[in-house]
Design a protein around this ligand. Structure first.
Ligand SMILES: Nc1nc2c(ncn2[C@@H]2O[C@H](COP(=O)(O)OP(=O)(O)OP(=O)(O)O)[C@@H](O)[C@H]2O)c(=O)[nH]1
Ligand SMILES: [Mg+2]
Length: 390
């Protein structure tokens, strides 16, 4: 059966839900799709279609990021629902790396919790410039409590350079909206209006050479290997040659789809699946980069300015020194790297430091690229590439 092609009628943006475990991100995601489905501009995606892995159902938490699509009156959105649990922050980073704006979900009953703060810090680092707050579970919180939590969230945003005074904070109840309660359906509408108006359409570099960092790799039986992700820049069409950096192969794109709909051309910002000719499934991994042939030379050495998180922010209690070997999260990649602090003998938690990094493998790098530094499953630093070295 021929599939209906994607028709580009509205500007496309990538948004997503982030925040502490159990604050209601997946419920809210399902509620948004329900409200828009009732309006006729989307398809309802129930909770158990978003958290659909057996382990997710058994534990009642999100583990893998998952994507849904919907439209408001003015825009088409790809929405990534991210996990909140501390063990799955690495999956959250992959999701956040693709976003143009984020919905920070904070339970009005619980307030700012550790991963609320960690996600805001990471979002800043991977280049998310706008955050709208969904103060969720407002059905159970009295006004006084909700106001306290709102102040706390605004302070957190300001601390990370998000302008907490102007960010929209909308009281919602994902759960009640899913049940169809008109008051809370209206609250979801208000949240979507806030996203439509507060998150600007980012500049898309359509004329630049194509580049997409791989989020996921799938096999479609009988067709081959598919890589998914958000196109960072440029455009790609069926028949285009591409390099798969990391896998060390050059190949041809034989299919381009978005949410199961074929496209003539994917462009910067689109969330897509690319079918690659003759590439074995196990040759490609999350973190590899698909790019126009010869357009980028992956490197492993760079200088960076890094903020070492304080213990209070969930970071280390002891300083770092030359020889330190944490993981670097760059775009969707996760690579080990050796740190050289040069003249600075050590950098203490809470300090900013210039360092030279040598990664364990080559990755496409450029000045200004943000990254997170993690060790033993927790975030210990946040940095920006200042120069790429030979
Ligand atoms: N009272 C109330 N409960 C809610 C609301 N939204 C979610 N919940 C409940 O909170 C629990 C967690 O909801 P989820 O949507 O799974 O939370 P999550 O943020 O996606 O959790 P992780 O993805 O694992 O971080 C569930 O029991 C929900 O039914 C709400 O608006 N009001
Ligand atoms: Mg969830």
């Amino acid at each position: 059966m021929a599939k209906t092609a994607y028709v580009r009628t509205k500007p496309h943006l990538n948004i997503g839900t982030m925040g502490h475990v159990d604050h209601g991100k997946t419920t809210l995601t399902a509620a948004i799709t329900k409200v828009l489905a009732d309006r006729g501009t989307g398809t309802f995606v129930p909770f158990d279609r978003i958290d659909r892995a057996p382990e997710e159902a058994a534990r009642g938490i999100t583990i893998n990021i998952s994507h849904v699509e919907y439209e408001t009156d003015t825009r088409h959105y790809a929405h990534v629902d991210m996990p909140g649990h501390a063990d799955f922050v690495k999956n959250m980073i992959t999701g956040a790396a693709q976003l143009d704006g984020a919905i920070l979900v904070v339970s009005a009953l619980d307030g700012v919790m550790p991963q609320t703060a960690e996600h805001v810090l990471l979002a800043r680092q991977v280049g998310v410039d706008h955050i709208v707050v969904a103060l969720n579970k407002a059905d159970g919180a009295d006004e006084e409590l909700a106001e306290l939590v709102e102040l706390e969230v605004r302070d957190l945003l300001t601390l990370h350079g998000y302008g907490g005074d102007s960010a929209p904070v909308v009281r919602v109840s994902g759960l009640k909206a899913l049940e169809g309660d008109p008051r809370w359906v209206a609250a979801i509408e208000a949240l979507l209006d806030a996203v439509d108006t507060y998150v600007p359409m980012p500049e898309r570099y359509l004329d630049a050479p194509f580049l997409m960092s791989v989020e996921n790799v799938l096999t479609i039986t009988g067709r081959g290997t598919v890589v998914t992700g958000a196109v960072e820049r440029g455009t790609v069409r069926v028949g285009d040659r591409v390099d798969v950096l990391g896998a060390g192969v050059e190949t041809v794109v034989t299919g381009v789809e978005t949410f199961g709909k074929p496209m003539d051309e994917a462009q910067a910002g689109d969330n897509v699946a690319l079918l690659l000719r003759g590439v074995p499934r196990d040759a490609v991994r999350r973190g590899h980069v698909v790019a126009a042939p010869g357009s980028v030379v992956p490197r492993r050495r760079f200088t960076a300015r890094v903020y070492v998180l304080s213990a209070k922010e969930g970071g280390r209690t002891t300083p770092i020194a030359t020889g330190y070997r944490p993981q670097f999260y760059i775009r969707t990649a996760d690579v080990v790297g050796d740190v050289d602090l040069g003249d600075a003998a050590v950098a203490r938690p809470g300090e900013r430091v210039d360092m030279t990094v040598e990664l364990g493998r080559d990755v496409p790098l450029e000045a200004g690229l943000g990254f997170a530094v993690r060790e033993g499953g927790r975030t210990v630093g946040a940095g920006t590439v200042t120069a790429v070295l030979d």
